[in-house]
Each structure stands twice: as C-alpha cells, then as structure tokens.
Write a protein that binds this ligand. Structure first.
Ligand SMILES: [Zn+2]
Ligand SMILES: [Zn+2]
Length: 459
C-alpha cells in the first residue's frame, strides 16, 4: 500500500491522504485549507488525478476535512464518498454554505478583475457541484466492517469529536500478511457534551495521528463552564454584550446545550441568546435528528423536551443581523466563523470590539494568522473589513470547550495499540506535533514520524 500525504500533514487544516494498492485508489479526507495563502492552495490541482479515484472517505464534517469534496466532483471524481449517516447530513448544509461563499467571493473578485481588463474569476465550486456530490454517498454506521474490494476492509469507530465523527480502520493485504492502518481523524475528549466519548481502535501497524493539542492540557469541562458563567455575568455587569465566535458545527450546539443548562440550574437568569448563523441553525436541527449519536445525558434531555430554558433567537436575514447592533448590553450573540476570518462575527466585532464594556469569548482553536488568533494573542488594533479597530473589549479564552482531545487524552487514545505501531504525526502546528511525538516515544516507545505534504511512503 502506498500512502501519500497530500494536505494537512504539517498544518491543522487541509487534511487529505491518498492511498493506493494494486488497482484501487482512494482518498481519506478531502479538506479545505484555511488561513493565509489558503485560497491559492485550495485551487491547486491534487497531485493525484481525481478522475482515477474510486472512493473518498470522510471522517467528519468539519470543512478542513471535507471542504474540497465538491471540487473533486467538479474536477471529474466519479466514485463514491464513504461517511457515517450523520456526517452526510451535516455536510449538506455545510457544503452548500461553503459553495455560496465560493460563489460570492468569485463574483466580488470578478468585478475587480473586469475593471482591470482581466478575465473573470471562476468559483472554486458551486452549489451545482454540491448537489451532484450529495448523490454519491455510501453511508456506513459505526462498528461494522465493510469490504472495499481488492482485499481492503474498513470500519468507522466513534471519534467523539462532533456528531458523526469517526476514526477509520483500514485492513489491507500485504505480500505476506494482512496489515492495518488507522486514521485517527480528529479525536474528541471524554465528557464532550451531547455526543459519546471516543472509542479505542484495536491494534494496528500504522497510525496517522492528529496532534492539534499535542502540547496542551485543557482545563476540565466543569471549570470551563464556571469560567463561561463568570465571563457572561461580569460582562453583563459592565453593561456590554457577550460575543462568541463559534464554529457552526459542534461547538455552537455544545454552547447552546451548556448555556441552557446554566439557565435551567439557575446559575444564569433567563437570558437572550442570539444565534446569528443560518448555517448553525440548520446544523442544530441535524443534531436533533441524530439521537443515535447522543450520550446518555443528551438522550435524556431530548426525550424529555426540546424546549430551551434560555430565550433562543435564530437570526436569519442580514437585516436582522445588523439590527443586533442596537443591542448595547445584556445579550449573548453567537456567530461564525469560529476563527473570525469570515462570516457575520466580523461585523459584530467591527461594531463592538472597541467597546470596553463588551466581552468576546473564544471557545475554539484559532489557527495562526487568522483574525481570531491576532485578538487572542493580544493585538491592540486589528484590521476588520478594511478598517483599523481598537481592541478594548475584554477578551476571554476558554479552552476547555474544545472538541479536541488534549495531550493527555491523545496519549490515552494511543494506549490501545499494543503492537508498537509506526505513528505518523499530522494535523498539528510544529510545536504541538513535536511535543506529541516525543511524548509518544517516551511513554510507549513507538516509532514516530512527522511527514510533510508531498511525502509518499510504502506501507
Ligand atoms: Zn474536526
Ligand atoms: Zn480537523
């Protein structure tokens, strides 16, 4: 089996791996790159011709693992996409949203280009490509082994990261024996709200291991919930609003669940929460439609009632979103994107980041060179939509809500591999990947390797 590291080997975004055995060719992940220079990278053709691919596996619906699927279809991919049913249902609103962004970005660029006499800009993909792609899914539940052909078998196991997320086990026939490679996908942490904890993979010869938080420890969820309650209360006391940049998938549903529990338990009064993201609203409905992925707590909640104790408002139109600027204090506004490099949160930050009474709560990973990262790193001013804005609001970073396992939990997940697998460390910035690599060597004695994009290894 030949394994090619196509994207996301030494960065957190753009995950993509190519596998080839005999006549069978497939990808694991088809992720979009994010952050600076991403646009150009996303437009570069894949190093393997997509028309020759038989399958694409997707471990979960986050765009950095799935966002280039419509482009693959556009470029002539004729095979099937293999994912869990919940992943497919999440991908539908997410990829349509992504296509709409691509189309409007291209429109905008085209206007500029035409004024210079340059040719128009084609969108990376369109909603037609997404519609086409949605007819191509092979849906597979957790825990069952399926045959891919050519002696290759596979199984999804629950990764406990977001709804439908999976790690992927693949067995293949070598000249002398059967071998196994495991793709960790993104590993969740134990006790994540709503969904179940990650399952352990059995033994393997190779593991392609994510390392997002390979050098960090998260605070326990309870402490993070306390921090959140305090940040909200102190911001309201100062007379400001709370702004939470949040990913539409996973984090937003966790936050709604947690804030609602705080109100139910009487720790917050019956506050107004504005979910300013039509995408997050759709995703919240997909979550509600997949109780088979829930843990026991969430199952009890959904069985009892779907009613919220907080006052939850879904904000749909742009006019409604702009009207939120009239709210001076006492409300929570959740909007995307999670790293502030797109979406409606940029408008809210532009209008409120300079107001010292407001609070901005970061609850997720901020990739380097994103607007979110600049704010978290303490920038005094930031450029938002072409304007320099003072950062005077209180900035809170609460990392215990991460849907990712921290260093300790990543190591724990690896404890089920008894047979000394070779571990490829991917999906992490340098410091995180290096720290996790040394910890794995020290704790388990496994051989570790940090591949780069473009590397090809024979398994
Ligand atoms: Zn993810
Ligand atoms: Zn990821």
């Amino acid at each position: 089996m030949k394994l090619r590291f196509i994207g996301g080997a030494s960065t957190v975004t753009g995950s993509c791996y190519g596998l080839e055995i005999n006549e069978l060719k497939f990808l694991v992940e088809c992720g979009m790159r994010q952050g600076s220079g991403a646009d150009e990278a996303n437009r570069r053709p894949l190093p393997v011709p997509v028309s020759g691919l038989d399958y694409i596996f997707v471990t979960h619906a986050h765009i950095d693992h799935s966002g280039l699927l419509p482009r693959a279809v556009k470029d002539g991919f004729k095979g099937s996409i293999i994912a869990t049913p919940a992943t497919r249902d999440l991908l539908e609103p997410m990829l349509y949203d992504s296509a709409a962004i691509q189309e409007s970005d291209a429109d905008w660029a085209t206007k500029k280009r035409l004024r210079l006499g340059a040719p128009p800009m084609e969108p990376l993909y369109t909603s037609d490509d997404v519609a086409n792609l949605l007819t191509r899914f092979d849906l597979r539940p957790y825990g069952k082994v399926f045959h891919l052909g050519g002696g290759v078998k596979y199984r999804f196991i629950d990764a406990g990261h977001i709804l439908g997320s999976a790690a992927l086990e693949i067995w293949f026939q070598d000249s002398e024996r059967e071998k196994k490679i495991v793709f960790s996908g993104d590993i969740g942490k134990k006790g994540n709200p709503i969904i179940r904890d990650p399952d352990a993979a059995g033994d393997a010869d190779y593991v392609v291991m994510e390392s997002t938080y390979g050098n960090r420890s998260h605070r326990p969820l309870n402490e993070s919930i306390d921090e959140l309650a305090t940040a909200i209360k102190t911001t309201f006391k100062r007379g400001g609003n709370v702004y939470i940049p949040s990913f539409a998938v996973g984090r937003t549903q966790d936050l709604l669940y947690i804030i609602n529990n705080l109100v139910r338990e009487g720790r917050l009064y019956r506050i107004d929460v504005y979910l300013d993201s039509p995408l997050a609203e759709e995703v919240t409905r997909v979550y509600a439609g997949h109780p088979e992925c829930f843990d026991e707590d969430a199952r009890r909640f959904s069985a009892r009632s779907q009613d919220y104790a907080m006052r939850l408002h879904y904000v749909r139109s742009v006019e409604e979103s702009m009207a939120l600027n009239r709210l001076r204090g006492g409300s929570i506004i959740i909007a995307g994107s999670g790293m502030c490099d797109g979406g409606r949160i940029r408008h809210h930050l532009k209008h409120n980041l300079w107001r010292p009474e407001c609070g901005v709560i970061f609850v997720g990973y901020q990739a380097s060179s994103t607007l979110g990262r600049k704010i978290v790193d303490g920038a005094k001013t930031v450029n938002i939509l072409g304007e320099e804005i003072l950062v005077k609001a209180q900035i809170y970073t609460i990392n215990g809500f991460s849907a990712h396992a921290d260093r300790k939990e990543l190591l724990e997940w690896l404890s089920s591999f008894a047979d000394s697998p070779q571990v490829f460390i991917v999906h992490g910035e340098d410091a995180a990947a290096e720290a996790l690599g040394s910890a794995i060597k020290e704790r388990y004695g496994f051989t570790t390797r940090r591949p780069k994009d473009g590397d090809v290894v024979e398994l």
